[in-house]
Design a protein around this ligand. Structure first.
Ligand SMILES: Nc1nc2c(c(=O)[nH]1)N[C@H]1C(S)=C(S)[C@@H](COP(=O)(O)OP(=O)(O)OC[C@H]3O[C@@H](n4cnc5c(N)ncnc54)[C@H](O)[C@@H]3O)O[C@H]1N2
Ligand code: MOO
Ligand SMILES: [Mg+2]
Length: 422
């Protein structure tokens, strides 16, 4: 049944600019607080406090090569015709400290990573020597500190290495381990729910029937969240029934900070999300954005929770998540770079459609050129699979030509290259 039998006038929504919509969402993104996690579970999380170097790196002057530690002054004048001879007084590997002090004409056999012994100030690689029992000769002079990795050359004690709000990746983990962080203070993750609406939806495991389609939005959003390292609760999809949808949303809100719904946000007879927001007393921040796809993206806030009413159309849903949900979740976690990375690219083919609204075109970006990824309507699922970027074509423009410079948002979905560098 339709939601209303009486003659009705369709609501005319006023679109707001994308940047303003993003700003409204971010201003409602409350902080999640912090928690401590084991180092090995920290990858993908947002660092809550800065990492400072608690000691210099390297912590001591060390050898970068396998060879001999010598006094540079003793190498003066060495040449092919006048080789200088050294006597080996000790041998150390990484992890061992020599108890000896290197004196005139003496050397310590030293391996990569071992501390340069007292007295020595240069390292001669094995390949630069001719060995002869407990002695060796060299044919060139060495500068003071030649072939020495200096204490603190990588990081000075007290230096801020990684600021709070950074995304923890493998390199960050290496730094954390270097300074003995067995546990890491990170931002708590918001509890996010996913709830698809639509009488036409069947689950991915179910057969199709006339008029039905599989629910691709829920698994897609789940994957978008997993890519951000964020967990989620996946709720059963709901038919377009106002009471059922309202109940499911109210119930989900008791256990989530952020609820992402898909479908039912436009002006159709069975689009019940606007009515649900009214029923639960949520404040609608906007329900029309001057963009395509995703113009009907709706965001509401209430009781400290954020409700993302993403469009049912797959490309609109995907884009709404990337443009609004993603930065909001990152802002909640205190991330200092919540927006998608962007760059300039050369448009790979003509795009002649006029743009009344900002257009976000699913595209393949290869580091230089961005080419639309095929069928690019709001209902497309193909171009979200094929694309790895969004070309941004500003509203009010009349179309673009191949070779034009365009802005591109990068989705972090780059694949490897089929060939080694050319
Ligand atoms: N008279 C108007 N009609 C429409 C307008 C408008 O302004 N005036 N806006 C259009 C735009 S733009 C979009 S986008 C869609 C948005 O629709 P809804 O967000 O209300 O979503 P639904 O109506 O529920 O579904 C739209 C479309 O997407 C398919 N769908 C829904 N859920 C899923 C899912 N989980 N997985 C895959 N596909 C899904 C659904 O079957 C529909 O085909 O409204 C336009 N109409
Ligand atoms: O919201 Mo719609 O995606 O603009 O086609
Ligand atoms: Mg609809």
């Amino acid at each position: 049944m339709r939601k209303q039998e009486a003659v009705e006038v369709v609501e005319i929504r006023k679109p707001i600019p994308v940047a303003e919509a993003v700003e409204r969402v971010l201003s409602h993104a409350g902080k999640t607080g912090t928690e401590t996690v084991p180092l090995e579970e920290s990858e993908g999380r947002v660092l809550a406090s800065p990492v400072r170097a608690t000691h210099p790196v390297p912590p001591f002057n060390r050898s970068p090569y396998d060879g001999f530690a010598v006094r540079s002054q003793d190498t003066a004048g060495a040449s092919g015709s006048s080789r200088v001879r050294f006597r080996v007084i000790d041998e150390i590997g990484a992890g061992t400290v020599s108890a000896k002090t290197v004196g005139e004409g003496e050397a310590v056999r030293i391996m990569t990573g071992a501390p340069v012994p007292d007295g020595a100030d240069a390292v001669v690689m094995f390949e630069q020597t001719v060995e002869d029992g407990e002695a060796f000769t060299i044919r060139k002079p060495f500068e003071p500190l030649e072939n020495v990795s200096l204490k603190g050359e990588d990081l000075e004690e007290g230096e801020e290495v990684v600021p709070a709000g950074s995304f923890i990746h493998a390199g960050t983990v290496a730094v954390l381990a270097t300074f003995g962080y067995a546990e890491v203070e990170v931002a708590k993750q918001p509890t996010v729910g996913i709830l698809a609406t639509g009488t036409e939806l069947v689950d991915v495991t179910e057969p199709l029937a006339p008029g039905k389609i599989r629910n691709s939005n829920s698994p897609m959003i789940a994957a978008q969240l997993r890519r951000m390292g964020i967990g989620y609760k996946l709720y059963d999809a709901q038919s377009d029934d106002l009471d059922a949808v309202a109940e499911a949303i109210e119930s989900a809100l008791t256990e989530t900070d952020v609820l992402i719904t898909t479908g039912g946000v436009s002006v159709g007879d069975f689009d019940y999300l606007p009515a649900v927001y009214g029923r639960i007393g949520a404040d609608v921040l906007f329900n029309k954005v001057a963009m395509r796809p995703g113009s009907v993206t709706t965001v509401a806030a209430g009781s400290g929770k954020l409700l993302f009413g993403l469009s049912g159309n797959p490309s609109s849903c995907f884009t709404g998540f990337e443009l609004f949900t993603r930065p909001a979740l990152l802002r909640m976690m205190g991330a200092n770079k919540p927006f998608l990375p962007h760059t300039k690219a050369v448009l790979g083919e003509d795009f002649t459609k006029a743009n009344p609204f900002d257009r976000f075109v699913r595209a393949v970006y290869d580091g230089k050129t961005a080419t639309p990824a095929g069928f690019n309507k709001s209902n497309a699922v193909s171009s979200i699979a094929r694309g790895n970027a969004l070309i941004v074509l500003p509203g009010g423009t009349r179309g673009y030509r191949a070779g034009d410079e365009v802005d591109v948002l990068l989705l972090g979905m780059e694949e490897g290259s089929a060939k080694w560098m050319e």
